[in-house]
Design a binder for this molecule. Structure first.
Ligand code: ZN
Length: 283
């Protein structure tokens, strides 16, 4: 990542902070979670297994019986309207053990999910968090732009590689509220942009009986909404990818935006918006 972006990149609206969530498996508890997210204006990406949609199932996890039934295909457009859906392997098979079947599962997910929403489905969360170089090559071939791991960074750094996108933490992380406070109340050195990336499964709130934990987190972070871009994973990936396509003049005083959407830059302390197809004075 070039230093230029670290110091000058701004999120939409000239903001220096972004928040995104990622929830896996498309379980029925997503209904309660999306209602909660929508109440606070926080946005997420939901990673679905297309072959399992509409499945009715209960399981014993961590000693508790829990409903792990999945949402119905027909409810997906309305349920996830303010969010994004992404692939998670049509049958949740291990990406590293199944050979080319993983590629097939991702393509099956893309086809099935794209039939339900008006946009291209280009995101992924690794089943079981497993990945390697071969898996990443398959995702590239499948047209996947970003993929999430389960490795907590406890940091707010932007991903260096979108196909190895490590989250900040899981919602049950003991440091959740400490990290949230740090993120909301402190500015990074040198004006560096910051991203808080939270992940989990919504059935875990039933297992642990801790929906209020999520409610507290959302209530807290949404209090800082004026300085935080609430975005899906895909919007962040698309925005940063467009930012990387900015073309700068040799003297660094002008920037041309060849992308389809507007981009924002810190022009020596001035917040500058560069509309699509336009050149801005940034020196
Ligand atoms: Zn999963």
């Amino acid at each position: 990542m070039p230093d230029f972006r670290i110091n000058n990149m701004l999120f939409p609206g000239g903001k220096r902070k972004a928040l995104t969530l990622s929830y896996d498996d498309g379980v029925v508890q997503d209904r309660r979670l999306t209602r909660m997210l929508d109440r606070y204006g926080v946005r997420a990406t939901f990673n679905l297994n297309s072959a399992f949609l509409g499945r009715v199932e209960r399981a014993v996890m961590e000693g508790a019986e829990v409903d792990i039934s999945t949402v119905l295909p027909g409810e997906i457009p309305a349920l996830y309207k303010n969010h994004e859906i992404a692939t998670h392997g049509s049958r949740h098979s291990s990406p590293v053990d199944g050979g080319s079947s993983f590629l097939r599962e991702v393509m099956d997910d893309r086809e099935a999910l794209e039939a339900l929403v008006p946009y291209m489905v280009t995101g992924h969360a690794y089943p079981f968090g497993l990945t390697d170089e071969k898996v990443i090559a398959m995702l590239r071939a499948a047209g996947i732009a970003y993929a999430r791991t389960v490795i907590s960074t406890h940091s707010f750094d932007l991903p260096g590689d979108f196909l190895r996108w490590d989250p900040t933490c899981h919602h049950d992380d003991p440091r959740l509220m400490e990290l949230a406070e740090d993120f909301c109340t402190r500015e990074a050195r040198f004006g560096r942009p910051q991203l808080f990336y939270l992940w989990g499964h919504s059935y875990e709130f039933d297992i642990h009986g801790n929906w209020e934990r999520m409610e507290s987190f959302l209530a807290y972070v949404s209090g800082y909404r004026d300085s935080i871009w609430m975005a899906t994973n895909g919007e962040i990936c698309a925005y940063l990818s467009a930012w990387d396509r900015l073309i700068f003049s040799a003297d660094g005083k002008r920037a041309y935006n060849p992308s389809a959407g507007e981009l924002w830059i810190d022009a020596s302390g001035r917040i500058c918006r560069i509309p699509s197809g336009e050149t801005a004075e940034i020196g």
